[in-house]
Design a protein around this ligand. Structure first.
Ligand code: ZN
Length: 497
């Protein structure tokens, strides 16, 4: 049967992409710096093989026959997704794919050099070319209202610049007064300034990952510079975290964030393993989560709704105190909670608090859209950045390093991904509220430090579906409504208002 042959073809593509993920994991955790060039080539080759196989005439022929062989709705959805991805790749000329890949290496080098010199102008010509190549790519895959929509569809299918602008307008209106109020009522930062042993920080991160239910029989936690989660099927889902000499927040909250991602991957329906519902065939990335925003909703849920709550620290501060008795021995959960919910008008996205984070995202989305449309030239990004941040949060970056050079995304050719962080925040709150309404045992569990009831609900309503349902369908089925900012603003008002 063609259907079976097609399944084994997709399974082989999924294997290739899982191997890419393993090479990537190694690259970002263990690989010596000297291995970078060879590794880059290996990843490029395997990704190209996966793409060529998917977009081949042989796959198209199998697909055509397979489409006549089944009435099963789930099978048909899988075939629809394979067709969508294969046709998309066939529309993009090889020259565009090669140009984007070639730009990436030089662009990353230029970004590093620009950062070293705190000078955006070194990076600007590379960004200009990256945007130019992204325009060609967008035109090849197709778009209706705005060129940027094509890029958004790679990360958050269904979302457009227009739908984002409407979501952002609601968000901005709700967030602005909350930031004011939070800043007015908070005192000095009570977090102790001390030097924390990195090995002990990592152990602590592993403790907290375990508390939330991360299965280390099917994963491991290692240190890295920019934390991430990555999977090679649901059976092996790795997470990473970073340590900081004088701050224990990054390893703790970083680990809890990545655990949210990992739980999603570890709990995709086993039947989907090596199949279309556990592989992003458009992005050529082995992942079981249905969109980047949906994925981010799970990390934010565990990091912020569970891990940044008062009750969580009443129950678990003793682990921190046992690891670092000198710094935290005398601290109360109340004080610790105040420290991890502090709000500040800062210039950094990754270090931003829960309340100001989305302003950094909105700024980048607007800037990317203007770059794509040509309203903004790459060389004018720093000044546009400064005035946008000043307008949004009332702060100005000191230089480019804490301004337009702070994110790695553009240097690696990624245009269109920033919105997924805010989608994740909004979706996390909506799901967390719906979960607690649907299952009273969740709140009872959280009160006792038992997160199993929450995991069961998320497992049944989100995780098990893998990529078989779109993000919008998942949200509607789980919460009864489309994505909206109401629960998110209510959560923030409760915590910071
Ligand atoms: Zn994340």
């Amino acid at each position: 049967m063609s259907l079976e042959k097609l399944h084994s073809r997709i399974a082989a593509i999924s294997d290739l992409l899982c191997a890419v993920n393993l090479l990537t994991w190694d690259q970002r955790t263990m690989m010596p710096a000297g291995g970078a060039q060879a590794r880059g080539r290996q990843i490029a080759t395997l990704t190209r093989l996966a793409r060529d196989d998917l977009a081949s005439d042989a796959t198209m022929e199998l697909l055509e026959r397979a489409e006549t062989e089944t009435d099963d709705a789930l099978e048909q959805e899988g075939l629809r997704q394979i067709r969508h991805a294969a046709e998309l790749h066939r529309r993009v000329p090889a020259a565009i794919v090669e140009r984007r890949a070639a730009l990436r290496a030089g662009s990353h080098q230029a970004w590093l050099a620009a950062r070293a010199a705190d000078d955006f102008s070194i990076f600007a010509p590379h960004l200009e070319q990256t945007i130019d190549a992204a325009r060609d790519y967008a035109d090849a895959i197709g778009w209706r209202q705005h060129r940027y929509d094509a890029m958004l569809s790679l990360f958050e299918p269904g979302e457009t610049l227009a739908s984002l602008r409407s979501l952002f307008a609601d968000l901005k209106a709700g967030l602005t007064p909350l930031v004011e109020r939070a800043l007015e009522r908070q005192g000095a930062d009570p977090m102790p300034q001390a030097s924390f042993d990195p090995t002990r920080q990592l152990e602590l991160a592993r403790t907290f990952a375990g508390l939330l239910g991360y299965d280390r029989n099917h994963g491991r936690l290692d240190p890295t510079v920019h934390p991430f989660e990555i999977s090679f099927t649901r059976d092996d889902v790795r997470i990473t975290t970073r340590t900081r000499a004088n701050d224990i927040k990054p390893p703790l909250f970083g680990a809890m964030h990545e655990v949210g991602h990992a739980l999603y991957e570890q709990n995709v329906d086993p039947a989907f393993t090596r199949g279309v519902f556990a592989t992003d065939l458009v992005g050529l990335y082995a992942v079981g989560g249905t969109s980047f925003g949906a994925h981010e909703s799970q990390s934010r849920l565990f990091e912020n709704h569970v891990g940044r709550s008062r009750r969580f620290w009443e129950l678990h501060l003793h682990h921190v105190q046992a690891a670092f008795p000198d710094a935290f021995g005398a601290m109360t959960p109340e004080t610790f909670y105040a420290a991890v919910t502090r709000v500040a008008r800062g210039t950094s996205r990754t270090e931003a608090d829960e309340l100001t984070y989305d302003f950094h995202v909105m700024l980048r989305v607007e800037m990317e859209a203007q770059l794509m449309s040509g309203e903004l030239a790459a060389k004018h990004v720093p000044e546009a950045w400064r005035s946008a941040l000043q307008a949004a949060l009332g702060v100005t970056p000191k230089g480019d390093l804490d301004g337009a050079l702070q994110d790695i995304h553009w240097s690696s050719g990624m245009i269109g991904s920033f919105c997924t962080y805010t989608i994740g925040n909004v979706m996390a709150a909506q799901l967390f509220a719906a979960a607690q309404r649907a299952e009273p045992g969740i709140a009872v569990g959280i009160e006792r430090g038992d997160y199993a009831p929450l995991r069961v609900w998320l497992g049944q309503n989100i995780w098990c579906h893998g990529r078989s349902l779109s993000r919008d369908t998942l949200v509607r089925r789980a919460t009864g409504r489309g994505l909206e900012v109401r629960d998110y603003l209510a959560h923030l008002a409760m915590r910071y208002g």
